[in-house]
Design a protein around this ligand. Structure first.
Ligand code: ZN
Length: 397
């Protein structure tokens, strides 16, 4: 156990938050809410707890700006963390062990209690330095991001309470970077899950007639796989994953008996459509494939998320310029990419609000959802430095 950083109050508060096992499934958020209440009390800031869905609290701590009518800044993080396989951890995942060489081991250090604490600590530092910001800053802590955010951020963004926060710009999560850079996510791909059903005439397994469900299924899988291969080549040539459309075959169903040619067979695909691809055209292409495959081939959606426009990184979003300048001024590269996965930022963007995923964790291996998730004390402290300057800049735009 390391003693050097033990008395650092920023580290103490971080470790206290990490020790709350807000881990899926069936999370009890009471301890998180109590912890945040205590933080708000110490900061002398008002706190609101919204329960759009029972037992799924959304906590908002507010620091009013000198011009409170201006659109506000939202610093968003999620309180939940993904499950652990404790036997694979060097230190218990909810003990927040601080090692002699300065690492804090805990689930949530990177994803994303660490970022939530950077938001709070940045405001704490600014406030104790008697700084006043032009725009109001809201620090939100939401539930259930890791299981899709439907009962968390999605529901909250659909309320009048959210509207009344008058958000003009939002910072959410990105991911750690293993060199001296910070990842910024300005957009996400669109999740589409589809099932293609191929129907044909059932017949005896000894026949050799055309129009079987199997032939049609083969045609469909072939089309999807050829498309997949083209996208895979782009990734192999260096295109970031977030900028290509991924297609993965995840389920095959059908058949009754080995000597009976079945009436139907179906195949399901997990698809993530890149923001730059025309979503309507993509759907038309699948419709065309189904037609070409023969009679009785149809598809249905299990998930059909709407296209969400990426946040622009030009002069139309002055907050972006403020963020970029701040980070680069600190000698750190801001690397803007499309998020390969999904975050709560999409629900904010859906409301037409610019949102950037921003996790200031540099020179750190990516351990989101991994065993031995950890962060170095110096990286965390540096993250607060970056966040402090960032909040100062964007709230004064
Ligand atoms: Zn996360």
């Amino acid at each position: 156990m390391c003693t050097k950083w033990m008395d650092d109050p920023e580290i103490q508060r971080f470790r206290e938050y990490l020790k709350i096992p807000s881990v899926h499934p069936d999370i009890d958020y009471d301890d998180c809410v109590a912890f945040l209440m205590k933080q708000a009390l110490e900061l002398d800031l008002p706190i609101a707890v919204y329960e759009v869905v029972p037992s799924k609290p959304v906590v908002v701590i507010t620091w009013a700006g000198t011009e409170p009518n201006l659109p506000s800044i939202l610093l968003n993080s999620h309180m939940d963390v993904v499950p652990i396989y404790e036997e694979h951890w060097t230190h218990p995942p909810f003990a927040a062990t601080l090692t002699e060489d300065g690492f804090i081991f805990a689930r949530g250090t990177q994803d994303m209690k660490g970022i939530g604490m950077m938001h709070l600590e940045a405001v704490r530092r600014l406030k104790s330095a008697a700084v006043r910001l032009k725009r109001t800053v809201h620090i939100s802590f939401v539930p259930d991001e890791e299981i899709g955010g439907v009962v968390g951020m999605k529901s909250f963004t659909e309320t009048e309470d959210f509207k009344s926060l008058n958000v003009g710009f939002c910072l959410d999560e990105s991911m750690p970077c293993d060199d001296n850079a910070i990842y910024a996510f300005n957009g996400e791909r669109t999740n589409r899950e589809i099932k293609v059903t191929c129907r044909g005439t059932p017949m005896h397994g000894a026949e050799l007639l055309p129009g079987t469900a199997g032939e049609k299924l083969h045609f469909i899988i072939d089309k999807f796989m050829k498309f997949r291969e083209e996208e895979r080549k782009k990734v192999a040539a260096g295109t970031p994953l977030g900028e290509v459309t991924t297609v993965n075959l995840t389920q095959v169903e059908g058949g009754v008996q080995i000597n009976v040619i079945p009436e139907n067979l179906s195949v399901s695909f997990d698809i993530r459509v890149a923001p730059e691809r025309d979503h309507d055209e993509f759907e038309e292409m699948i419709t065309r494939w189904c037609k070409e495959a023969g009679e009785g081939v149809t598809f249905e959606y299990f998930v059909k998320n709407p296209l969400v426009k990426s946040t622009r990184t030009d002069e139309s979003v002055p907050f972006w310029a403020a963020l970029k300048e701040t980070v680069e001024h600190m000698g750190i590269e801001l690397r803007c990419i499309i998020c390969p996965g999904a975050t709560d930022a999409r629900y904010v963007r859906r409301r037409g609000i610019p949102a950037i995923g921003f996790s200031p964790i540099s020179s750190t291996p990516m351990l989101l959802h991994a065993h031995d998730e950890r962060i170095h004390v110096k990286v965390f402290k540096r993250g607060i430095d970056v966040m402090e300057k960032t909040v100062l800049a964007v709230a004064n735009v």
